[in-house]
Design a protein around this ligand. Structure first.
Ligand code: NAD
Length: 257
């Protein structure tokens, strides 16, 4: 039997990058994946890819920074599946501007999409996860934070603030839900090859600068983060909650010399 056979898993930001990698990997292990994102096309493509592998996936279009849309998502999950085993909070954006130049609207968007969405998804999908965990002693929540949660990255004030919030919020939810048999942990990616990082590292000079700081001297890929996610939703991590798992090629472990 596969590790996640028939488990119901919601992956926000599932249409691309790290979220897509996690969605595909969980489906490979038998989970029924519901990929959530704003745009239909990438989600449809993801579901086709998963189904072509003989695995199972659905998609749901929602802006997870909007309370009303997350409530509707929770209603959809309740009505269609009547349970939820796994929630992966992966939706995220970044805006690169110095504090003095950053529009308030951009600040709000980054905080809402990266941080408030985690609060909303846990608030409105949490009851379904907790009720299911009461019956099955299994419930797993992952947040996707960032090394920017721990490091100050110039031009990324809103991003770093939002991810610092995600890391702290993860700990609080982990403690609050520990008695409900729900594990809540955070993955801390370093630099992973996706559209988001391509947007940030636009030229070779920027890449070389980043590589020089990473002990492994290369970026990670979405498979690296997907394997970490698989571990955190598997039974192998049952005694792990409220912690962060860095997938960063050693970036956070090193001092700048
Ligand atoms: P990505 O742009 O490929 O993925 C982000 C996904 O979130 C997209 O599919 C996008 O459509 C979705 N999304 C954005 N706003 C949304 C909203 N309001 N509602 C629903 N979906 C929304 O980039 P990625 O690199 O795969 O990023 C995924 C997560 O990983 C983000 O939270 C990001 O901050 C984090 N992260 C990425 C890196 C990296 O190097 N790539 C490093 C650290 C953390």
């Amino acid at each position: 039997m596969k590790e996640l056979e028939k488990k119901i898993a919601v992956v926000t930001g599932g249409g691309s990058g790290i979220g897509k990698g996690i969605a595909v990997r969980l489906a490979e292990e038998g989970a029924i994946v519901i990929a959530v994102g704003r745009r239909k096309e990438p989600l449809e493509d993801l579901c086709s890819e998963i189904k072509a592998n003989g695995d199972c996936a659905f998609y749901y279009c929602a802006d997870v920074s909007k309370s009303v849309e997350v409530k509707e998502l929770a209603g959809f999950i309740q009505n269609k599946f009547n349970r939820l085993d796994i929630l992966v909070n992966c939706a995220g954006i970044t805006v690169k501007e110095f504090v003095l130049d950053l529009d308030e609207d951009n600040w709000d968007s980054v905080i809402d999409i990266n941080l408030k969405s985690v609060f909303l998804c846990c608030k409105y999908l949490g009851r379904i996860i907790i009720d299911n965990a009461a019956e099955n002693s299994y419930g797993k929540v992952i947040t996707i934070s960032s090394v920017g949660s721990f490091l100050g990255i110039p031009t990324s004030s809103a991003y770093c603030a939002s991810k610092g919030g995600v890391t702290q919020l993860t700990k609080v939810i982990a403690i609050e839900w520990a008695e409900n048999h729900v594990n809540v942990n955070s993955i801390v990616p370093g630099y992973i090859e996706t559209n988001l990082s391509k947007g940030v590292l636009k030229n070779q000079e920027a890449r070389d600068k980043v590589y020089s700081r990473i002990p492994f001297k290369k970026m990670g890929n979405v498979k690296d983060t997907a394997e970490a996610a698989l571990f955190l939703v598997s039974q192998k991590s049952n005694y792990i909650t409220g912690t962060t798992l860095s997938v960063d090629g050693g970036l956070l472990a090193t001092a700048y010399t």
